[in-house]
Ligand binder design. Structure first.
Ligand SMILES: [Zn+2]
Length: 227
């Protein structure tokens, strides 16, 4: 329940940022919710992994359809499942920073937030040789000092424009309609490698990815989308 409530807050935050970004170029400061370049390109994103089972399943589906995505990983999960992180890196998908331990950064000092970001960054760098450039705050929470921290650490902050609600065990057909019925070029779609309990993410991917491809959409990483 606590997760559901906090995610509701995240959705509200997202709407605030989206509203704020309407007249901006691609985002609000360094917070990107979508690209407004008007192309038929979209970015799939997966949070909270890597997961020893679902990350591999997702990567297999992406490979089957020849599409790419961005994974916002949790540092401690990468330490626990290093092979799953390497699979993401080897697939060519982008890896973003989602903190080391998925904490409430809105309740932390600036120094502690920096430590969470840098600790996750170090895990990613040590396993892939690449430094991430994208940061997604857990549950979309953006404390007022985050943008100065992200600028200092050379990160773009990324939220989303379509929430599939897969974290709430949204049935596969509802996830698909949330994407297909609402999609515009430039959207960033939020999904998860891992949700507690039944996972409907993979079933939905098998339906909406080929559908969007048939509609002429191209899947790109978030960095490619925001340029
Ligand atoms: Zn998360």
């Amino acid at each position: 329940m606590r997760r559901a409530v906090s995610l509701s807050v995240a959705i509200i935050l997202t709407l605030v940022v989206l509203t704020s970004s309407v007249s901006a170029d691609d985002g609000y400061g360094h917070v990107y919710c979508k690209s407004t370049q008007g192309q038929k390109r979209v970015a799939l994103t997966f949070d909270d992994g890597p997961h020893p089972r679902y990350t591999a399943q997702i990567l297999s589906i992406l490979e089957e359809y020849g599409v790419t995505a961005t994974f916002f990983i949790i540092g401690v999960n990468a330490e626990n499942y290093p092979e799953s992180l390497r699979m993401i890196a080897e697939s060519g998908c982008e890896i973003g920073n989602h903190t080391y331990s998925h904490v409430r950064i809105d309740r932390m000092s600036g120094d502690a937030i920096e430590e969470e970001i840098l600790r996750c960054e170090q895990v990613i760098y040590s396993m892939t040789g690449k430094r991430p450039t994208l940061f997604r705050p857990p549950e979309g929470r953006i404390p007022k000092n985050l943008l100065s921290i992200s600028t200092k650490l050379d990160y773009n902050v990324v939220l989303w424009s379509i929430d599939t609600l897969d974290w709430s065990h949204n049935p596969s057909d509802k996830i698909c309609s949330a994407v297909i019925d609402n999609l515009n070029g430039g959207d960033i779609i939020l999904m998860h490698d891992y949700v507690s309990g039944k996972n409907t993410t993979c079933d939905a991917l098998r339906v909406f990815i080929p559908k969007l491809l048939s509609m002429g959409y191209e899947f790109v990483t978030v960095s490619e989308l925001i340029g």
